[in-house]
Ligand binder design. Structure first.
Ligand code: GLP
Length: 233
């Protein structure tokens, strides 16, 4: 694990941007993308850049169950607003949270990932150490699956919804194994609320109770943290 400490999320997002740019120059064709507030500034940097994704594939980590693709709060909408409308990919995959057979949707998503192995995976970090929507106790060998969101995650994400009852309680998420197969992983974390999870991820025991701790075993992970998120390292 390479740890890069930066002053703030602006500096960190620029760093991530440069790494992606370099990865693409070196032949990366498939980007694994994340939602949440963490990558917002990275996507803003990409939007104003001359990067061209028209020959590339994107694969998103997760989607809420029960939201329509065009729902204001869906992750598909988030990606359109923050990236896809400005920088279209040849193909962009986001799980379908409205699929009538969610198990089949999960298997289909795994096929997409094996057809398009991820070159660079962007990750945020949940306050409880989740990556994607892989909550504590998710098996390390998990592939795409249906997740019951924890209370902590529902509370953390309620700021995006009018009221907490509107936050979906389930999601479709790439599994930990699926994430681990990415050739390179760039995880970003900003702010004090992430400091405990960053500490456990970097220095703690590798345990399914702390999903991100598995990244200690990946051979090409860069963790970009601002001063506050790194404050307990
Ligand atoms: C959500 C997403 C994760 C994200 C996490 C952190 O649960 N599924 O992919 O990393 O939240 O969110 P934020 O970046 O807003 O702190």
């Amino acid at each position: 694990m390479q740890i890069i400490r930066v002053k703030d999320k602006h500096e960190g997002s620029l760093k991530a941007f440069e790494m992606i740019k370099e990865g693409i120059a070196n032949g990366a064709k498939v980007l694994g993308l994340a939602t949440g507030s963490t990558p917002e500034e990275l996507y803003a940097e990409i939007r104003k850049s001359d990067l061209d994704f028209s020959e590339m594939i994107s694969i998103n980590l997760d989607e809420y169950v029960g939201l329509n693709e065009d729902d204001e709060q869906s992750y598909r909408t988030f990606m359109r607003q923050h990236l896809f409308d400005a920088k279209p990919f040849k193909e962009s995959f986001v799980p379908n949270g409205k699929a009538s057979d969610l198990e089949a949707e999960a298997r289909h998503y795994d096929e997409i990932i094996s057809t398009h192995p991820i070159d660079i995976q962007i990750l945020g970090l949940g306050q409880n150490g989740h990556i994607g929507f892989n909550e504590p106790a998710t098996p390390f060998d998990s592939t795409t699956h249906i997740v019951d969101l924890t209370e902590s995650t529902i509370n953390a994400n309620k700021r995006f919804f009018d009221k907490v009852e509107d936050v979906p309680t389930k999601a479709v998420s790439m599994g930990i194994h699926s994430i681990f197969t990415a050739k390179e992983i760039i995880l970003m974390a900003w702010g004090e609320a992430k400091a405990d999870a960053v500490k456990a991820m970097v220095n703690g025991e590798i345990t399914e109770e702390m999903p991100a701790s598995i990244l200690q075993k990946h051979e090409n992970v860069v963790v970009i943290v601002d001063e506050e998120a790194a404050s307990k390292l």
